[in-house]
Design a protein around this ligand. Structure first.
Ligand SMILES: Cc1cc2nc3c(=O)[nH]c(=O)nc-3n(C[C@H](O)[C@H](O)[C@H](O)COP(=O)(O)O)c2cc1C
Length: 212
């Protein structure tokens, strides 16, 4: 399942891959991922996206300190007390919690990070997000297609100022996601989501979509 190029299979198996090997990732694969990123739609085609590739262990470690602090203070307690989301069994949710904790401890050991940023004089907002997350998703799908694992992470934003200073972002540039990328330890598998009719309505909020 790791070498498929069928777009539907790729989408259905692009899971958060949080357990990554520290082995280096060739630059030509990172280039392919970045090229997929900039194929994405963006508002007015202004292309204010910027991508910071981080390999320096010192920078990654400096950011991981805040990523972990946010886990200890907010995310860990939330996992411990919340119910599984739709389509996820308690066992699977437990495994997710363990994987989230694993990534927290090993975040900086992923060989490559791509930090997805927007250069803008306005503070981060929905329009800016809508112009960077399509690129982020393209990159996740491209990584999956190349047999590389990653996870869309935003937790560093709980310590936004500190993390962005550690990343060395200049004024007017904000990070929207960090993608830790590496060869996965486990295998790609199907994503676990709820059923469509729980999320889709037709013509009127709450009215079932007849097309299902
Ligand atoms: C906006 C957003 C922020 C996320 N931030 C984090 C994060 O900081 N750390 C993390 O481990 N996963 C993060 N995730 C990944 C989600 O937790 C993951 O997609 C979800 O658990 C479903 O996992 P699955 O795709 O493997 O089914 C984030 C996902 C999104 C869309």
């Amino acid at each position: 399942m790791s070498d498929s190029t069928d777009v539907f299979e790729i989408m259905h198996t692009t899971r958060a891959m949080r357990r990554l090997k520290p082995d280096p990732v060739p630059d030509d694969l990172i280039r392919k991922i970045l090229e997929a990123g900039i194929c994405a739609a963006n508002g007015g085609n202004t292309q204010r996206w910027r991508f910071l590739v981080i390999k320096d262990p010192k920078i990654k470690k400096a950011v991981q300190v805040f990523y972990k602090r946010a886990f200890d203070e907010v995310i860990g307690p939330r996992y411990a007390t919340s119910a599984p989301p739709p389509g996820v069994t308690p066992e699977r949710y437990k495994r997710q919690h363990a994987a989230v904790e694993y990534l927290t401890e090993h975040y900086h050991q992923a060989p490559v990070w791509i930090v997805a940023c927007i250069e803008d004089t306005a503070p981060p907002n929905r329009w800016a997000g809508a112009s960077i997350y399509p690129a982020v998703q393209n990159m996740l799908l491209a990584a999956r297609a190349l047999g590389l694992g990653s996870t869309l992470t935003t937790r560093h934003l709980l310590y936004e100022k500190e993390a962005e200073a550690a990343l060395g972002l200049p004024e007017g540039v904000h990070s929207y996601a960090i993608l830790p990328i590496g060869y996965p330890m486990g295998r790609f598998g199907p994503v676990g989501r709820g059923v469509l009719d729980a999320f889709v309505y037709q013509d009127q909020w709450g009215k079932p979509y007849a097309g299902l």
